[in-house]
Design a binder for this molecule. Structure first.
Ligand code: ZN
Length: 349
């Protein structure tokens, strides 16, 4: 599969100018009748692209069912492409809807909080509220409006970094599964995942608030997230960017309805992987604290017992996936011992 086209708008710091440019780029890639799926925050940027009757703002709890219905609606509307302007949920809903409608997708992220910007996976809840990772079409084009991205909250940038911190650990998990004969690795995908982490590694020794609004950094982060998404596209699996740390995050979602942005929960989950691999989890926790990511269960309002439940639940979130968590195969006593080894005794949580 070809790499997505990346457009970057940075000619002015006025989002209205970016809105005009986005509409022009949509035409440039051959979409004459776009259907716009936009968040509330994305409406200003989408203004010049959205035509009356061909735009929607999904509700915050938009489900898989909603996305499929939206896809059918878009197909009936005779649109010839979908433009998604917003955060993770809007992009995920639009990915599923575009796949259903059989149309190409332009992703216009309004924040850089995870590598789903450019992945073939859409994470949306089912009718019962449980999130599911579903196969969808990746965007053909990614449009980055720097005047929009510089206004995004620091927390979203921290989460974007957190999602990429998973990659080296996800690769170790992938290699482990391969050693056990349970997966086969793909060198090109492996390299892309590793490189995407290398691109942001230099930003992991400072508080992200120091550079979160710097256009140069945002370009780096966007490139790294797109590259990480590409590693999943070409390998046909999320494995190069998703291992045990993602299972931990999915378990927090399943048990507690989510306690932070995906990338922040993933960064927290990395601590468990680092400890299970016998590496220096203390140093890793200090790095998370420096960047401003959760390094202690209390930052996610989790108790010691909650984290034990999360660890025990995590293999259930991705049946068939083999990571260091499945390798460790912890029972309740083992999980409690691990939690206390990382964070100290019960009073510490
Ligand atoms: Zn992720």
């Amino acid at each position: 599969m070809d790499s997505p086209q990346i457009f970057v708008y940075e000619a002015s710091d006025d989002e209205s100018d970016a809105s005009v440019d986005l509409a022009a780029q949509v035409g440039e890639v051959g979409i004459q009748a776009p259907f716009v799926v936009s968040s509330m925050h994305g409406q200003r940027l989408a203004l010049r692209t959205a035509a009356a009757g061909a735009t929607v703002t999904p509700p915050s709890g938009a489900t898989k069912h909603y996305s499929i219905e939206l896809g059918a609606h878009i197909r009936r509307s005779r649109a010839d492409g979908v433009v998604a302007v917003g955060g993770g949920r809007v992009l995920d809903v639009a990915k599923l809807a575009a796949a259903r409608a059989g149309l190409t997708l332009i992703a216009v992220p309004t924040q850089l909080s995870h590598d789903g910007i450019c992945s073939p996976v859409a994470v949306v809840p089912d009718d019962s509220g449980m999130t599911q990772s579903l196969g969808a079409i990746p965007p053909r084009t990614v449009y980055l409006s720097i005047p929009t991205l510089v206004k995004a909250p620091v927390a979203s940038v921290r989460a974007g970094l957190g999602d990429l911190m998973a990659n080296p650990l996800a690769l170790r998990d992938w290699a482990l599964a391969s050693e056990r004969g349970l997966a086969s690795t793909d060198q090109r995908a492996w390299d892309l995942s590793a490189q995407s982490f290398d691109m942001i590694q230099g930003y992991l020794s400072r508080d992200a608030s120091e550079f979160a609004h710097d256009p140069k950094f945002l370009r780096h982060l966007a490139d790294a997230l797109v590259m990480s998404g590409m590693s999943m596209i070409i390998s046909g699996t999320s494995r190069p960017a998703s291992g045990a740390e993602h299972e931990i995050s999915h378990a927090i979602d399943a048990l507690f309805g989510g306690r932070a942005l995906h990338g922040a929960q993933v960064a927290f989950g990395c601590i468990v992987s680092v400890a299970l691999y016998g590496e220096d989890f203390g140093a890793f926790r200090r790095q998370l604290a420096l960047v401003g990511l959760p390094h202690h269960p209390r930052e996610l309002r989790l108790t010691e017992g909650d984290v034990v439940r999360v660890i025990l639940e995590s293999p259930e979130t991705r049946p068939g996936r083999f990571t260091i968590i499945e390798e460790a195969n912890l029972d309740e006593a083992g999980a409690l011992k691990l939690v206390r080894r990382i964070w100290g005794s019960a009073n510490g949580c």
